[in-house]
Structure formats: structure tokens, C-alpha cells
Design a protein around this ligand. Structure first.
Ligand code: FAD
Ligand code: MLT
Ligand code: ZN
Length: 470
């Protein structure tokens, strides 16, 4: 690729929208877990959908692959280019406008580069609520959320990102704009193409904007940190709460002792809500758009005779500050693991009813087979989604621990498969799990995915090597 081609790109976009100096591109070429490092021809920063069209046209002409990048918070290396130095990173950060908020339609249209926290804030300013909530919300972008079909802590009530989207605008690899932006609630006119792009991790199109569903703003909330007798008790409590508080239940997060202890050890600002240690904890939150005494409702539910048998201790947040403290304890767990040393991450799901048996089996296996590590298996228990992570023991050598990863991964994922679960519940495939997908997905599914990819992207210029082998 000659300098002339890059000069063409600069003419199309303006000089300051094409970064090629090492110092400028560095942060775009490495993923946030520092597992992947690539090289790139350049990083481009379009300001509009039309500029994305121009970039795609240029890439087609020069047969250059595009790696879309949002907030670069993904866990599977999906936004990191390969090492060839021939790919173009297309970062959406400058396409960050809220195009419209319609309180009447309970909808908003935002550009892909809008940071999730900004989307939530714009909804709130209009008296509405956008429920997608993740630990990375201060830096991940809505386009990245759509591209990964992100989950988070409110899935139990509102669903994954796919369930929160009414329409998508995207630039396809042939340079055409798919304009599916619409606030319509019902539209059964053929295949749902927006839904196909959601979760496609940049391999089918560049998502440039989305129309999102909004809900009424929550006016009442109650949050409890609960110690339960076991994971089985947690799932029984989930069933009870769902029948007693109904749709008000938005979060039901599971934390083992190892996670609470690690988070408290790593962050001075965090505190164990209880004086004595327990094996299993839950962070439970209910909320309502109406003015209701939810503390009373939650307290009544947690102190009923049947619930009391499952619960060892419980604290209800009595202030917003205490509520935030509970949430920080939950959301700091991934960072605490990183600070504490090596960690192996497995984002898995099983049917909710199978979660206790799965957890028991993984626990037993890790204890018997991973002497240099310990299980920190926490997460969105209400959705059957566990971050089944294994942390390095402080006294164990890192190299030996990491060298065992392939064997550990194989056993953890085989167990997931035996339980009929998923090897990627919410983080996607990226470049990390391409071989795992090939191993565990059905041949029919893989073949259909390959045909779709080839039909939409026959030149293979959209994020090659991610999700599917190129
Ligand atoms: P990136 O990392 O930039 O990209 C991710 C993928 O999407 C890549 O394949 C990229 O090519 C593609 N992509 C990005 N933007 C576009 C676009 N506009 N068009 C087409 N393709 C695009 N994830 C969860 O699901 N649930 C959680 O609870 C959760 N918690 C997290 C907590 C922390 C602390 C961190 C660091 C991450 C967490 N994540 C979680 C993972 C991550 O934040 C999500 O996957 C998020 O949706 C990625 O968004 P992003 O903008 O950072 O995307
Ligand atoms: C979470 O739920 O905290 C994340 O999805 C998992 C992680 O950040 O490792
Ligand atoms: Zn998660």
C-alpha cells in the first residue's frame, strides 16, 4: 500500500481524521485486557455516516480490511487489528450525537459512538430510562454494545441489547447504507436485518446509529446485599422473589466469598457489608416507575418464612450512598482480579435451574485440578450467566498458571456443553473464541453463518478473522 492511497484517505476525511503516527495509534492497537496487540495501516475517525461510506468505498477499492472500534472495552479482542499492518481501524468516537429523543414514543436515536453513560443520561434528561447497564458504561459505546449484544446487570428484567433496539443504521461492505432507524414498535415486513447486525461484532457492517427503546424513569428502588446458605438457595430465592415482586426485579447478581474478599483486599474504599464472612452472596435490586415503598416490599419478601430458611444475613441499603457501595463491591470484582495477578476468564451460561449443579461441578474440578488457582465465579445469576473466572494464587508462578489455560478452558467449556450451556453468554467471540465456536457450535449453524457472511461481505473486508475464521 503506497503513501498515495493514504493521502487519498486524508483528502476524503481531512488530515486530522486519519491517524498513522505510532504515538497516535498506539491505544487503538491493543485490547483493554492487553491480550491482543496488532498493527494497522491507520486509524480513521469519521464524523458522519457519509464519511463511513467513503471509507468503506476506499477499502473496497484498495482491498483493505476494516476493524470497527467503539470504546475498546470488549473482552475477546474483536476490536483489535491483526499483526499484518494492512487493516484499517475505524473508530466511531466522533460519531457521538444524540440525534433525537422522543418521550412520547419512548425512544431515542443515537449515533454509534455515543458512550453508554451519555445515552443513559440523555434518556434521563427526557424523563425516560435506558436500562442497559455495564461496569464499562463510562467508556463503552452504544455501537459496541449493539455489535456485541451486550448484557449487564438488568437483563433479567429488560433483556440483552437486542431486546432494547428498535432499529439500526449501518454501512454495509458494498458501501450502501442500511437505514432501519424507526421508532415503530411493530413491523413484520420480512427478515429482521437490524437484529442480524446486532451481535455481529463488526463482521457484517459498520453500525452507525440506532433507535433505542426507552422505559419510564424509575422513581422507587430497593437494594439488598444478602448472604444465602448456598447457590441452590440463591436460585430458590430467585423464584420466590419473581413471584412476589414480579417485574420489579431487575438485578440478581451472585458473588462468592472469593469475589467479595478479593474486591475488599484490592480496594480500600470497599467494605464487606457483613461482620462475618459467608460463602455465597447476592446483590438484589428491585425498582418501579411508581412511588412505592419498595424497601418494605423487599424486606417482606426476604423475611417470609420460606425465604428465611435460605438466608443467613441481609442488609437493605438505607441511602443512595450505601446502594452505590453495594454496586461498587459487585462491579469492582473484574478489576480486583486483574490487580491481584493472572486470571482466566470464562463467560458462560446454563439454564438458571442448572446453575447450582454446574457451579458445584466447576468448583470441585478447580479445587482438584488447579492447585495454583482459585475460583472466582460470580455474575448475573438471574440470567444463568456466570463469569467463571480463575485467579492465580498469590504464591504461584504466573507462567505455570497461564500455561495450564488451554487444558482448563477445555474442561470448563466441556462442562458447559454437558450442561447444554453457552461458552459465551454475553462477551461475544471476537478473535479469542473462534476455535471454541468451531468446536461447540453445530455444523448447520456454522455453515449458515459462513453463508451469511459471504453473502453480505463477499470480499471479506469486515473484521476478518473475528467470529469466523477468514
Ligand atoms: P469494542 O470493544 O470497541 O468492540 C467490540 C466489538 O464490537 C468488536 O468486534 C468491534 O469490531 C465491534 N464494534 C464496535 N463498535 C462497532 C460498530 N459501531 N459497528 C460495528 N462493529 C462494532 N459486557 C457485557 O456484555 N456485560 C457486562 O456486564 C460487561 N461488563 C464489563 C465490565 C468491564 C469493567 C469491562 C471492561 C467490560 C465489560 N463488558 C461487559 C464488556 C464490554 O464492555 C462490552 O462487550 C461492550 O459492549 C463493548 O463495547 P465497546 O464500545 O467497548 O466495543
Ligand atoms: C461483569 O459482569 O462484571 C463483566 O461482564 C465481567 C468482567 O468484567 O469480567
Ligand atoms: Zn457480566
Amino acid at each position: 500500500m503506497g503513501n498515495g492511497a493514504l493521502a487519498e484517505l486524508r483528502t476524503l476525511l481531512g488530515n486530522d481524521s486519519v491517524l498513522s503516527a505510532d504515538a497516535d495509534t498506539e491505544t487503538y492497537l491493543i485490547d483493554q485486557l492487553r491480550n491482543y496487540r496488532g498493527r494497522a495501516l491507520a486509524v480513521v475517525l469519521p464524523r458522519s455516516t457519509e464519511q463511513v461510506v467513503a471509507i468503506v468505498g476506499w477499502c473496497r477499492e484498495h482491498r483493505v480490511a476494516i476493524v470497527p472500534q467503539g470504546g475498546n472495552t470488549g473482552y475477546c479482542g474483536g476490536a483489535t487489528p491483526d499483526e499484518s499492518g494492512r487493516e484499517l481501524v475505524l473508530a466511531l468516537q466522533r460519531m457521538n450525537r444524540v440525534r433525537a429523543v422522543s418521550a412520547a414514543d419512548f425512544s431515542m436515536t443515537v449515533e454509534a459512538g455515543c458512550v453508554l453513560a451519555r445515552v443513559q443520561q440523555a434518556a434521563a434528561e427526557a424523563g425516560r430510562f435506558f436500562p442497559l447497564s455495564l461496569g464499562s458504561q463510562g467508556s463503552c459505546q452504544i455501537g459496541g454494545n449493539l455489535a456485541t449484544n451486550a448484557g449487564g446487570v438488568n437483563v433479567l428484567r429488560y433483556g440483552m441489547t437486542r431486546d432494547l433496539v428498535l432499529g439500526v443504521e449501518a454501512v454495509l461492505p458494498d458501501g450502501s447504507i442500511y437505514n432501519g432507524l424507526s421508532a415503530l414498535r411493530k413491523d413484520n415486513t420480512g427478515y429482521n436485518l437490524g437484529s442480524l447486525l446486532i451481535g455481529s461484532e463488526g463482521t457484517l457492517a459498520v453500525i452507525t446509529a440506532a433507535t433505542l427503546k426507552l422505559w419510564p424513569q424509575m422513581r422507587s428502588t430497593a437494594t439488598a446485599f444478602v448472604a444465602v446458605t448456598s447457590a441452590q438457595a440463591a436460585i430458590e430465592l430467585l423464584g420466590m422473589l419473581r413471584t412476589q415482586v414480579g417485574d420489579r426485579l431487575n438485578s440478581f447478581e451472585y458473588l462468592p466469598r472469593s469475589a467479595v474478599q478479593l474486591a475488599c483486599e484490592q480496594f480500600d474504599s470497599l467494605q464487606d457489608p457483613f461482620e462475618s464472612p459467608y460463602d455465597s452472596y447476592l446483590l438484589i435490586e428491585i425498582s418501579s416507575a411508581g412511588l412505592e415503598d419498595l424497601d418494605d416490599l423487599l424486606q417482606t419478601a426476604l423475611t417470609s418464612d420460606s425465604a428465611s430458611e435460605l438466608i443467613l444475613d441481609a442488609v437493605l441499603a438505607t441511602s443512595e450512598r450505601q446502594r452505590q457501595a453495594f454496586w461498587h463491591l459487585r462491579e469492582k470484582v473484574p478489576e480486583a482480579q486483574r490487580r491481584a495477578g493472572g486470571s482466566l476468564k470464562y463467560d458462560v451460561s446454563v439454564q438458571v435451574s442448572q446453575l447450582p449443579a454446574f457451579l458445584a461441578q466447576v468448583s470441585e474440578w478447580v479445587t482438584a485440578n488447579v492447585p495454583d488457582g482459585f475460583l472466582v465465579c460470580y455474575g448475573h445469576a438471574g440470567d444463568g450467566n456466570l463469569h467463571c473466572n480463575i485467579s492465580q494464587r498469590p504464591d504461584a508462578p504466573l507462567a505455570g498458571f497461564l500455561a495450564r489455560e488451554p487444558a482448563i478452558k477445555r474442561r470448563v467449556h466441556d462442562m458447559v456443553k454437558e450442561f447444554g450451556g453457552s461458552i459465551s453468554a454475553e462477551h461475544g467471540i471476537g478473535q479469542q473464541k473462534v476455535e471454541e465456536l468451531e468446536r461447540y457450535a453445530s455444523p448447520v449453524k456454522l455453515e449458515l453463518m459462513r453463508r451469511l457472511k459471504h453473502t453480505i461481505d463477499p470480499l471479506g473486508i469486515m473484521n476478518p478473522g473475528k467470529v469466523l475464521r477468514s
